[in-house]
Design a protein around this ligand. Structure first.
Ligand code: ZN
Length: 272
């Protein structure tokens, strides 16, 4: 039995590796899925990268990331929508079924205004997403990012946007790092299952103390998140997708990435 058939790694997790190195290393390690961050596609023939991943039997789980819809001026809003349409086209070219959205926020702009711009921005991308059959996954971000990274901070808010748009291609990426603290978590995960909109599940850990708000995520088991319990909720809701390891960590990026990948596999088996 392959213990890693539901294990996916994000290219940003092994940031020092190029897409070419990452795909060979992941296959060699027996990892089954890959989520490709868009920076890894820059300067590449995207459809060729897709072919290379398929030749290696690496399942392309998603691309990261679109979003950042809110802005203070109409030209900036339009630019954001164009970038998201580009993200949808890139996903289709790569053969990825989904784009993950970090929805965005603007310091000083009321969060309800940003949420409206996010919903409108996603709606503006939906015709193209339909044409290319690419799903859009709203990732709620921890409230510490409500200033400039996302006005969508809870599963409930993400569910609200999904309810409002009411479209089968719009769903949610649940990341334990952002939602582990939420007292309403079980109810909201259940709701995403009932509405068939849980599109992705991201794992990592919360370090105590956290030394960097962005780049100090832990390997599963290093921190305080009860990942097995959240995974149980997610699986009880009917989710059958990948466990995607998404770790931004200066500490781990400085280390030997082969050792890191081996540690990810061990942590996945023991702490996820
Ligand atoms: Zn995530």
């Amino acid at each position: 039995m392959n213990n890693f058939k539901k294990l996916c790694v994000h290219t940003i997790t092994t940031k020092p590796w190029s897409i070419e190195v990452a795909m060979d290393k992941y296959v060699e390690a027996g990892i089954s899925g890959i989520t490709v961050w868009r920076q890894w596609l820059e300067g590449h023939d995207i459809s060729k990268v897709g072919d290379q991943l398929r030749e290696r039997n690496l399942e392309i789980v998603s691309t990261c990331r679109g979003g950042f819809f809110p802005a203070k001026t109409q030209p900036e809003i339009d630019t954001a929508i164009e970038d998201n349409k580009l993200a949808v086209r890139e996903a289709a070219e790569l053969g990825a079924p989904m784009v993950v959205l970090v929805c965005g926020a603007v310091p000083g702009q009321p969060l309800p205004d940003s949420r409206k711009q996010i919903a409108d921005g996603i709606a503006a991308c939906l015709p193209l997403a339909e044409e290319l059959n690419v799903k859009l996954a709203i990732e709620p971000l921890h409230p510490m990012y409500a200033d400039d990274r996302s006005a969508i901070n809870t599963m409930a808010q993400a569910n609200d946007v999904c309810d409002h748009l009411d479209h089968p291609l719009v769903g949610i990426a649940a990341d334990v790092y952002h939602i582990w603290w939420d007292p309403d978590l079980e109810t909201q995960i259940k709701l995403t299952g009932e509405k068939d909109r849980l599109f992705a599940f991201h794992i990592c850990d919360w370090m105590t103390p956290t030394t960097d708000l962005l780049n100090d995520r832990g390997l599963m088991g290093e921190g305080c998140i009860d990942i097995p319990s959240i995974r149980k909720m997610v699986e009880a809701s009917g989710f059958k997708g990948f466990n995607e390891v998404e770790i931004f960590s200066n500490r781990w990026w400085e280390r030997d990435q082969d050792e890191f990948l081996a540690a990810i596999k061990t942590a996945y088996l023991n702490n996820s």
